[in-house]
Design a protein around this ligand. Structure first.
Ligand SMILES: [Zn+2]
Length: 286
């Protein structure tokens, strides 16, 4: 800009004096302008402001839900096309969230799908963000995650850090790879202290081992293809969720708590909005 203004000024002056810039030489922040009359002039050009992490793909534009660990209901159809997770500039800028023995891998576990990996840690160990991104959810989750953080990264990937003893970030906060997001614990539905770590694309979980070598914590590749087969498990998983009615519960309060509509609960359970809920009744929510 400075150069542009300088050149404009110079051209304005040169018009009268026939002094025209013919070349420029750059040296660090200094630029020398050479003129047709064999004179020269230094022009001080300030370096461009350091590039900030920008939301270049506008990651908060769609499904930016800060009050739920899922921005939308998992759906196999959403990831049935092959796609590439591109780590681009982040290929050397990542941090495995916590280093420890892997207790439990991604996959079926006692008849239920385990949608992440469980990594050993000690109570209150530091858990860090895997990549740069923006925190989408940070807080308590009732359906088993306990204290949990969900971060959306600039390539669309989301990572989930669950069972934390304490959450140390907030929704909408920008984080960088390696930044503290919480302390390890065993909150929620956890047997023992560990980190439950998930990787998700469009709210569909896939095996974190496709991205990370769990033994070394090293990124597998800079571009990782995900195929429909990586989400095949979803075709066989029962995503139903239930709530057992407690004293004082209302349909509206339950619907709000689980982020579903009252109509959906009524339809799934064959009840009316005006139905009396009996304590102990098991209501299907999804
Ligand atoms: Zn787990």
């Amino acid at each position: 800009m400075t150069l542009f203004i300088a050149l404009c000024l110079v051209s304005a002056l040169s018009f009268a004096q026939e002094k025209i810039p013919v070349d420029t030489i750059s040296r660090g922040n200094l630029t020398v302008i050479l003129y047709n009359d064999k004179t020269w002039q230094y022009v001080d050009i300030q370096p461009a402001a350091s590039v900030q992490i920008v939301d270049s793909v506008n990651i908060t534009a769609q499904n930016w839900i800060t009050n739920s660990v899922y921005a939308q209901k998992p759906d196999y159809a959403r990831t049935k096309d092959t796609c590439i997770i591109d780590f681009g500039a982040d290929v050397n800028n990542y941090s495995f969230p916590v280093r420890g023995k892997v207790y439990s891998r991604f996959g079926m576990r006692s008849g239920k799908m385990h949608t992440g990996v469980d990594i050993e840690l000690k109570q209150d160990d530091t858990v860090v963000a895997a990549f740069d991104g923006i925190v989408r959810f940070a807080g308590w989750n009732n359906s088993g995650y306990g204290n949990v953080v969900v971060i959306r990264h600039y390539n669309g990937l989301e990572t989930v850090y669950a069972h934390l003893s304490e959450v140390k970030c907030m929704a909408n906060q920008k984080v960088t790879a390696g930044e503290l997001v919480g302390f390890g614990g065993n909150t929620g539905r956890a047997t023992g202290t560990h980190l439950h770590f998930e990787t998700r694309l469009k709210d569909n979980a896939f095996d974190p081992e496709l991205i990370f070598n769990l033994q070394t914590g090293v990124l597998v590749a800079d571009k990782i293809p995900l195929y429909a087969s990586n989400f095949d498990y979803m075709k066989y998983v029962d995503n139903s969720e239930y709530h057992v009615v407690k004293s004082g519960d209302t349909l509206y309060a339950i619907a709000r708590k689980y982020h579903v509509s009252v109509k959906q609960i009524c339809d799934l359970n064959g009840i009316k909005e005006t139905s009396i809920l009996s304590v102990g009744k098991r209501l299907r929510l999804r």
